[in-house]
Design a protein around this ligand. Structure first.
Ligand SMILES: Cc1cc2nc3c(=O)[nH]c(=O)nc-3n(C[C@H](O)[C@H](O)[C@H](O)COP(=O)(O)O)c2cc1C
Length: 209
C-alpha cells in the first residue's frame, strides 16, 4: 500500500473478527516496525507485552476493562475490543533514558528530570505505538490505541508481573475489523491545517489569533 494511503486509511478500530487471529509473521512485523521508531539518544527505553492467548487477553480485560471506552459508548466498546485476537501493551522505561543521558557523551550525571523538555520516554514509546498502528493498516488489519486508567495500572502490573520501572503508556488492540462503529469523538470534525499552523511567527497581521 502507498504510504500516503496508509496514513489516510488509519483510524482506530474497536470491533474485530474474533475468529481471525493475527498471523505470527504479522505480529512479528508489528514489533519489528515498532522498534524502528526514533528515540532520544537512541535510548530505546521501551518494552512490549504481547497478549495472544485467550486466557491472557481475558485477564487483561478483567483488570483494565472495568470503566474503559468512554461514557457514551456503553458496553459496545468493551464487547468489540474484547474480540481483538491480539493486544500489545507498549511500556516506557524512564530510567533507561536517565541512564543513557548520564553517559559521557550526554553528561547529565545528576539525572535531573527537569532537564527534559517533555518526557521523551513516553514520546518515543508513543512513536513506536504509531508505527504499529500504521503497520496494521498496511497489513489489512485494524488497530486501536487506548489508555489504561491510572487507578487500574497497579492491578495490570500485578496481573502480568510488570516491573515498577515500566509504565504502560496505553495498549493497542489489533485484528481484522468487522462491523465497526465510528467514535462519537469524530463528530468534533478534523481541524484543518490552517487552524493549527502558523507560518513565520505566531501572531501578527494577517494571522489567526
Ligand atoms: C493518547 C491516546 C489515547 C486514546 N485513548 C482512547 C481510549 O481510551 N479509548 C478509545 O476508544 N480511543 C482512544 N483513543 C483514540 C482516539 O479516540 C482517536 O484517535 C480519535 O478519536 C481520532 O480517531 P481516529 O484515530 O480513528 O482517526 C486514543 C488516542 C490517543 C492518541
Amino acid at each position: 500500500m502507498e504510504f500516503a494511503e496508509v496514513v489516510r486509511r488509519r483510524r482506530m478500530v474497536r470491533t474485530y473478527d474474533p475468529d481471525r487471529p493475527v498471523p505470527p509473521a504479522v505480529v512479528r512485523r508489528l514489533l519489528e516496525h515498532a522498534i524502528r521508531a526514533p528515540s532520544a539518544g537512541f535510548s530505546q527505553g521501551w518494552a512490549f507485552l504481547v497478549l495472544e492467548q485467550p486466557e491472557d487477553r481475558d485477564r487483561f480485560w478483567s483488570v483494565t476493562g472495568g470503566q474503559a471506552g468512554g461514557q457514551d459508548t456503553g458496553g459496545r466498546w468493551l464487547s468489540g475490543m474484547r474480540r481483538a485476537p491480539l493486544i500489545i501493551v507498549p511500556h516506557s522505561d524512564k530510567n533507561a533514558y536517565l541512564d543513557r543521558y548520564a553517559e559521557p557523551d550526554k553528561g547529565w550525571t545528576d539525572r535531573d528530570e527537569a532537564r527534559w523538555p517533555v518526557p521523551y520516554w513516553h514520546i518515543d514509546t508513543g512513536m513506536a505505538a504509531l508505527l504499529m498502528l500504521l503497520t496494521a493498516v498496511d497489513e489489512g488489519l485494524g488497530a486501536c490505541f487506548f489508555g489504561i486508567p491510572p487507578e487500574l495500572t497497579g492491578g495490570y502490573r500485578e496481573a502480568f508481573g510488570v516491573p515498577d520501572r515500566l509504565d504502560p503508556i496505553g495498549a493497542v488492540t489489533v485484528g481484522y475489523p468487522v462491523d465497526d462503529w465510528r467514535s462519537p469523538s469524530l463528530r468534533r470534525g478534523r481541524r484543518v491545517v490552517d487552524q493549527v499552523v502558523r507560518r513565520g511567527r505566531w501572531s501578527g497581521a494577517g494571522q489567526l489569533p
